[in-house]
Structures are given as C-alpha cells and as structure tokens.
Design a protein. Structure first.
Length: 183
C-alpha cells in the first residue's frame, strides 16, 4: 500500500467566475433534462442523454407556435449548435426536435442555455406587445369610453333593430323555411 505525503502549502483553488449571468425559468427533471419555460408560446427541453433539443407547444398548436419553433431551430442552426439536417417533427403532437453537436471541449448544455436565453430576449418585445394589446382590448370591452357606450334606457325601442334578421336560417335550410316566415 502506497502512502503519499506532501510537504508545503496546498495549491490554492482557482475560483472561476462566470462570464455572463442569465436568468431563466428552468427546471431539471428526473431524467436530467433541462426544461425552459421563458418563451410565451413554447417550452424548450434540452435532453443531454440523447443530445437533443425539443420545443413543445404550451397551449394549442397554431401558426404562432410553429413560427416560434421554426425561429428557435433556425437561430440555433445559425449559431452552429444544432445540426439543421436533424430538425424534424417530434414524437409528441406539435413538437419539433433537433440534434445538437456533442463536444468534449465545451459544456454544450450551458451553451444551449445561453443561446436559448438570447433567443427569448429577442422574442420578448413580441410577447410584451401581445400582452399589452390583449390588455387594451379587455379594457375597452370592460370599461369603454363615453363615445363607445350608452347608458341603460338611452337607446329608444323599435320593432326591428340591428343588421341581423330574426328570420335568418342556415344555408341548407333557408329554401324550405322561406315560405313559412312571417313579418
């Protein structure tokens, strides 16, 4: 059995300070996958065991979600992190996945998180505009201006009002019921 003895000072541990600090709403699941929730339309999952990035729709699949997924993988492809040829539809409905390049010299998961943060920050003005617009529409509906509202009793009674006829029927039934409608 060999014994090693060192005489002298212990080498000081070098403290490596991060070059950039980012804040993401992210979780690590039991499979060591990192899930990023910062984007308004998609959830981004980094899967280190299979060197894959997957983007899932948060609510409902739409053109907005597909556009966000497409922009994400185009962004990561332009940065040289994922293989653009590997981008394809995932096993889960409305998901898109792509393989990232493994690298022994760099921590690829940290590079992915840094670039996902950059992508989300580029998309943030879009989220804020949509939120502000929806808030404006809700405010106009729940608390309209004086010009867009009337008090109860201000509109006089009339036999026929509005642009929709009360005798209107659906297209398939309109011919049959036309002869039986009275005005």
């Amino acid at each position: 059995m060999a014994i090693t003895i060192r005489i002298g000072k212990q080498p000081e541990k070098q403290v490596v300070e991060p070059k950039e600090i980012i804040k993401l709403q992210a979780l690590k699941n039991l499979n060591d996958d990192v899930m990023v929730f910062d984007h308004a339309d998609i959830t981004i999952v980094i899967q280190p065991k299979v060197t894959k990035v997957t983007a899932y729709a948060k609510d409902v699949m739409s053109d907005y979600v597909y556009g966000a997924q497409n922009r994400l993988f185009q962004f990561l492809g332009e940065k040289g992190i994922i293989n653009p040829e590997s981008v394809q539809g995932g096993a889960v409905y409305s998901s898109i996945e792509g393989q990232y390049f493994p690298n022994d010299q760099h921590n690829v998961v940290n590079l992915l998180l840094l670039n996902i943060h950059e992508f989300v920050e580029e998309e943030r003005p879009y989220f804020e505009f949509i939120e502000d617009y929806e808030e404006l529409v809700n405010d106009n509906l729940t608390d309209p201006d004086e010009a867009d509202s009337t008090e109860l009793g201000e509109v006089p009674q009339a036999e026929k009002k509005g642009s929709m006829s009360s005798n209107a029927y659906s297209y398939g039934n309109s011919f049959y019921y036309q002869s039986f409608t009275y005005e």
